[in-house]
Design a protein around this ligand. Structure first.
Ligand code: MLT
Length: 267
Protein backbone atom coordinates (compact mmCIF):
# COMPACT_ATOMS: atom_id res chain seq x y z
CA UNK A 1 0.00 0.00 0.00
CA UNK A 2 1.09 3.59 -0.51
CA UNK A 3 0.31 7.10 0.60
CA UNK A 4 1.76 10.46 -0.42
CA UNK A 5 3.25 13.00 1.98
CA UNK A 6 3.89 16.17 0.04
CA UNK A 7 5.56 14.71 -3.05
CA UNK A 8 7.03 11.65 -1.35
CA UNK A 9 5.44 8.24 -1.81
CA UNK A 10 5.48 6.19 1.40
CA UNK A 11 5.07 2.45 1.04
CA UNK A 12 3.76 0.29 3.86
CA UNK A 13 2.43 -3.18 4.61
CA UNK A 14 -0.54 -3.99 6.81
CA UNK A 15 -1.18 -7.53 8.03
CA UNK A 16 -3.53 -9.05 10.56
CA UNK A 17 -6.46 -7.86 12.61
CA UNK A 18 -6.56 -6.65 16.18
CA UNK A 19 -4.96 -3.91 18.22
CA UNK A 20 -2.49 -1.91 16.13
CA UNK A 21 1.28 -2.36 16.29
CA UNK A 22 3.58 -0.02 14.35
CA UNK A 23 6.93 -1.53 13.32
CA UNK A 24 9.81 0.86 12.51
CA UNK A 25 12.87 -0.58 10.80
CA UNK A 26 16.58 0.14 11.15
CA UNK A 27 19.08 1.93 8.91
CA UNK A 28 19.31 1.69 5.91
CA UNK A 29 17.01 -1.27 5.68
CA UNK A 30 13.30 -1.69 5.01
CA UNK A 31 10.07 -2.82 6.60
CA UNK A 32 10.74 -6.28 5.13
CA UNK A 33 13.09 -6.88 8.05
CA UNK A 34 9.98 -7.33 10.20
CA UNK A 35 8.42 -10.01 7.95
CA UNK A 36 9.51 -13.02 10.02
CA UNK A 37 8.25 -11.33 13.20
CA UNK A 38 4.99 -10.14 11.63
CA UNK A 39 4.44 -13.71 10.33
CA UNK A 40 4.29 -14.74 13.97
CA UNK A 41 2.10 -11.90 15.25
CA UNK A 42 -0.43 -11.19 12.49
CA UNK A 43 -2.81 -13.77 13.97
CA UNK A 44 -3.68 -11.40 16.80
CA UNK A 45 -2.57 -7.88 15.95
CA UNK A 46 -2.87 -5.37 13.14
CA UNK A 47 0.77 -5.04 12.10
CA UNK A 48 1.54 -1.77 10.31
CA UNK A 49 4.98 -1.70 8.71
CA UNK A 50 6.12 1.38 6.80
CA UNK A 51 9.30 1.79 4.79
CA UNK A 52 10.88 4.98 6.09
CA UNK A 53 11.39 7.67 3.44
CA UNK A 54 14.39 7.05 1.22
CA UNK A 55 14.48 3.35 2.14
CA UNK A 56 12.73 0.19 0.92
CA UNK A 57 9.94 1.10 -1.47
CA UNK A 58 9.43 4.63 -0.15
CA UNK A 59 10.65 7.58 -2.16
CA UNK A 60 13.47 9.80 -0.98
CA UNK A 61 12.60 13.35 0.00
CA UNK A 62 13.80 16.19 2.15
CA UNK A 63 14.54 15.31 5.79
CA UNK A 64 15.04 18.06 8.36
CA UNK A 65 15.51 15.72 11.28
CA UNK A 66 14.54 12.43 12.88
CA UNK A 67 11.08 13.85 13.69
CA UNK A 68 10.24 13.87 9.97
CA UNK A 69 10.29 10.07 9.93
CA UNK A 70 7.92 10.03 12.93
CA UNK A 71 5.60 12.42 11.08
CA UNK A 72 5.63 10.05 8.10
CA UNK A 73 4.66 7.15 10.36
CA UNK A 74 1.77 9.23 11.73
CA UNK A 75 0.66 10.01 8.17
CA UNK A 76 0.65 6.28 7.40
CA UNK A 77 -1.62 5.68 10.42
CA UNK A 78 -3.83 8.53 9.22
CA UNK A 79 -4.01 7.03 5.72
CA UNK A 80 -5.22 3.80 7.34
CA UNK A 81 -7.77 5.62 9.49
CA UNK A 82 -5.98 4.18 12.51
CA UNK A 83 -6.93 6.46 15.41
CA UNK A 84 -6.34 3.97 18.23
CA UNK A 85 -3.15 4.30 20.26
CA UNK A 86 -0.50 2.00 18.80
CA UNK A 87 2.23 -0.13 20.26
CA UNK A 88 5.36 1.34 18.69
CA UNK A 89 8.16 -1.17 18.00
CA UNK A 90 11.42 0.41 16.87
CA UNK A 91 14.62 -1.34 15.85
CA UNK A 92 17.83 0.75 16.05
CA UNK A 93 17.16 3.84 13.89
CA UNK A 94 13.51 2.80 14.15
CA UNK A 95 13.93 3.21 17.92
CA UNK A 96 15.25 6.74 17.43
CA UNK A 97 12.15 7.41 15.29
CA UNK A 98 9.96 5.77 17.95
CA UNK A 99 11.28 8.23 20.58
CA UNK A 100 10.50 11.10 18.20
CA UNK A 101 7.01 9.64 17.71
CA UNK A 102 6.53 9.54 21.51
CA UNK A 103 7.49 13.21 21.72
CA UNK A 104 5.28 14.35 18.84
CA UNK A 105 2.27 12.06 19.32
CA UNK A 106 2.17 10.92 22.97
CA UNK A 107 -1.59 10.37 22.80
CA UNK A 108 -1.08 7.87 19.95
CA UNK A 109 1.34 5.66 21.92
CA UNK A 110 -0.05 2.70 23.85
CA UNK A 111 3.29 1.07 24.65
CA UNK A 112 6.88 1.08 23.40
CA UNK A 113 9.16 -1.79 22.40
CA UNK A 114 12.81 -0.88 21.87
CA UNK A 115 14.78 -3.45 19.89
CA UNK A 116 18.57 -3.20 19.50
CA UNK A 117 18.58 0.57 19.91
CA UNK A 118 19.63 3.24 22.36
CA UNK A 119 18.16 6.37 23.91
CA UNK A 120 21.37 8.42 24.04
CA UNK A 121 22.35 10.89 21.32
CA UNK A 122 25.53 10.41 19.29
CA UNK A 123 28.87 11.48 20.66
CA UNK A 124 30.51 14.23 18.58
CA UNK A 125 32.88 11.67 17.14
CA UNK A 126 30.06 9.33 16.07
CA UNK A 127 28.10 12.23 14.56
CA UNK A 128 31.19 13.34 12.62
CA UNK A 129 31.70 9.80 11.35
CA UNK A 130 28.08 9.66 10.17
CA UNK A 131 28.45 12.92 8.24
CA UNK A 132 31.57 11.53 6.55
CA UNK A 133 29.75 8.32 5.70
CA UNK A 134 26.88 10.37 4.24
CA UNK A 135 29.38 12.15 1.94
CA UNK A 136 30.92 8.82 0.95
CA UNK A 137 27.53 7.31 0.08
CA UNK A 138 26.65 10.34 -2.03
CA UNK A 139 29.99 10.28 -3.87
CA UNK A 140 30.58 6.55 -4.25
CA UNK A 141 27.12 5.02 -3.90
CA UNK A 142 25.50 2.98 -1.13
CA UNK A 143 27.43 -0.18 -2.06
CA UNK A 144 30.57 1.59 -0.80
CA UNK A 145 29.26 1.51 2.77
CA UNK A 146 27.50 -1.85 2.67
CA UNK A 147 30.38 -4.20 3.54
CA UNK A 148 31.51 -2.15 6.48
CA UNK A 149 27.97 -1.98 7.82
CA UNK A 150 27.22 -5.67 7.44
CA UNK A 151 30.41 -6.48 9.34
CA UNK A 152 28.98 -4.72 12.39
CA UNK A 153 25.31 -5.63 12.12
CA UNK A 154 25.44 -9.41 12.53
CA UNK A 155 26.74 -11.79 15.17
CA UNK A 156 29.89 -13.68 14.19
CA UNK A 157 27.97 -16.90 13.54
CA UNK A 158 25.19 -15.40 11.41
CA UNK A 159 24.50 -17.29 8.16
CA UNK A 160 26.29 -15.91 5.10
CA UNK A 161 23.12 -15.90 2.97
CA UNK A 162 21.34 -13.74 5.55
CA UNK A 163 24.23 -11.27 5.59
CA UNK A 164 24.32 -11.25 1.76
CA UNK A 165 20.59 -10.53 1.57
CA UNK A 166 20.83 -7.50 3.84
CA UNK A 167 24.05 -6.33 2.25
CA UNK A 168 22.10 -6.14 -1.01
CA UNK A 169 19.30 -4.18 0.66
CA UNK A 170 21.84 -1.63 1.96
CA UNK A 171 23.64 -1.44 -1.40
CA UNK A 172 20.39 -0.83 -3.26
CA UNK A 173 19.13 1.91 -0.93
CA UNK A 174 19.33 5.26 -2.77
CA UNK A 175 22.35 7.29 -1.59
CA UNK A 176 20.06 10.27 -0.89
CA UNK A 177 18.06 8.10 1.51
CA UNK A 178 21.25 6.84 3.19
CA UNK A 179 22.73 10.34 3.55
CA UNK A 180 19.50 11.90 4.84
CA UNK A 181 19.12 9.20 7.49
CA UNK A 182 22.76 9.47 8.59
CA UNK A 183 22.47 13.24 9.01
CA UNK A 184 19.16 12.93 10.87
CA UNK A 185 20.68 10.33 13.22
CA UNK A 186 23.75 12.52 13.79
CA UNK A 187 21.55 15.41 14.85
CA UNK A 188 18.94 13.52 16.83
CA UNK A 189 18.37 14.66 20.40
CA UNK A 190 19.05 12.60 23.48
CA UNK A 191 15.89 10.66 24.35
CA UNK A 192 16.69 9.85 27.98
CA UNK A 193 14.11 12.37 29.20
CA UNK A 194 11.52 11.04 26.75
CA UNK A 195 12.00 7.51 28.03
CA UNK A 196 12.02 8.54 31.68
CA UNK A 197 8.82 10.57 31.30
CA UNK A 198 6.98 7.99 29.20
CA UNK A 199 4.07 6.73 31.22
CA UNK A 200 3.56 3.57 29.15
CA UNK A 201 4.67 -0.07 29.31
CA UNK A 202 8.16 -0.56 27.86
CA UNK A 203 9.87 -3.66 26.50
CA UNK A 204 13.58 -3.69 25.69
CA UNK A 205 14.97 -6.48 23.46
CA UNK A 206 18.63 -6.86 22.50
CA UNK A 207 20.81 -9.42 20.77
CA UNK A 208 23.32 -10.77 23.28
CA UNK A 209 26.11 -10.09 20.76
CA UNK A 210 24.86 -6.72 19.49
CA UNK A 211 28.04 -4.72 18.74
CA UNK A 212 26.23 -1.52 17.67
CA UNK A 213 23.82 -1.00 20.56
CA UNK A 214 25.16 -3.48 23.11
CA UNK A 215 23.44 -5.12 26.07
CA UNK A 216 24.69 -2.40 28.42
CA UNK A 217 22.66 0.17 26.42
CA UNK A 218 19.58 -2.02 26.71
CA UNK A 219 20.07 -2.39 30.49
CA UNK A 220 20.44 1.36 30.83
CA UNK A 221 17.22 1.97 28.86
CA UNK A 222 15.33 -0.57 30.97
CA UNK A 223 16.60 1.12 34.15
CA UNK A 224 15.66 4.56 32.84
CA UNK A 225 12.16 3.40 31.89
CA UNK A 226 11.61 2.02 35.38
CA UNK A 227 9.11 -0.85 34.99
CA UNK A 228 10.52 -2.11 31.69
CA UNK A 229 10.96 -5.75 30.77
CA UNK A 230 14.42 -6.59 29.37
CA UNK A 231 14.88 -9.58 27.06
CA UNK A 232 18.33 -10.62 25.82
CA UNK A 233 18.42 -12.89 22.73
CA UNK A 234 21.48 -15.13 23.13
CA UNK A 235 23.77 -15.50 20.12
CA UNK A 236 22.11 -12.75 18.06
CA UNK A 237 23.73 -9.50 16.95
CA UNK A 238 22.28 -6.06 16.17
CA UNK A 239 20.03 -7.73 13.57
CA UNK A 240 18.35 -10.00 16.14
CA UNK A 241 15.03 -9.35 14.36
CA UNK A 242 16.22 -11.31 11.30
CA UNK A 243 18.87 -13.47 12.98
CA UNK A 244 16.53 -14.82 15.64
CA UNK A 245 12.94 -13.87 14.76
CA UNK A 246 11.39 -16.59 16.89
CA UNK A 247 12.65 -15.35 20.29
CA UNK A 248 12.13 -11.72 19.26
CA UNK A 249 8.52 -12.46 18.25
CA UNK A 250 7.97 -14.47 21.44
CA UNK A 251 9.16 -11.52 23.55
CA UNK A 252 6.83 -9.21 21.66
CA UNK A 253 3.93 -11.65 21.95
CA UNK A 254 4.36 -11.90 25.73
CA UNK A 255 4.62 -8.12 25.99
CA UNK A 256 1.59 -7.46 23.75
CA UNK A 257 -0.46 -10.13 25.50
CA UNK A 258 0.29 -8.62 28.90
CA UNK A 259 -0.64 -5.03 28.08
CA UNK A 260 -3.49 -3.45 30.00
CA UNK A 261 -6.69 -3.18 27.95
CA UNK A 262 -6.34 -0.56 25.22
CA UNK A 263 -8.00 2.78 25.73
CA UNK A 264 -10.05 3.46 22.63
CA UNK A 265 -8.53 6.13 20.40
CA UNK A 266 -10.23 8.94 18.64
CA UNK A 267 -8.23 12.08 18.52
C1 MLT B 1 20.58 0.92 12.59
O1 MLT B 1 20.67 -0.31 12.60
O2 MLT B 1 19.50 1.51 12.41
C2 MLT B 1 21.84 1.71 12.74
O3 MLT B 1 22.91 0.87 12.92
C3 MLT B 1 21.69 2.66 13.87
C4 MLT B 1 22.93 3.44 14.19
O4 MLT B 1 23.87 3.48 13.38
O5 MLT B 1 22.94 4.09 15.25
Amino acid sequence: METKVDDVTLRYEVRGEGDPVLFLHGFPLSGAMWDPVVDRLADGWRCIVPDLRGMGGSGAGPVDGIADYADDAARVLDALGETRPVVVVGMSMGGYVAFAFCRAYPERVRALALVDTREEADTEETARGRRETAEKALKEGSAAIADDMVGKLFAAGAPEDLKARWRNVIASTPPEGVAAALRAMAERPDSTGTLRALDRPVLVVVGGEDAVTPVRDARRMADTAGQATLEVVPGAGHMAVVEAPEPVASSLRRFLGGLPAAAQGGR
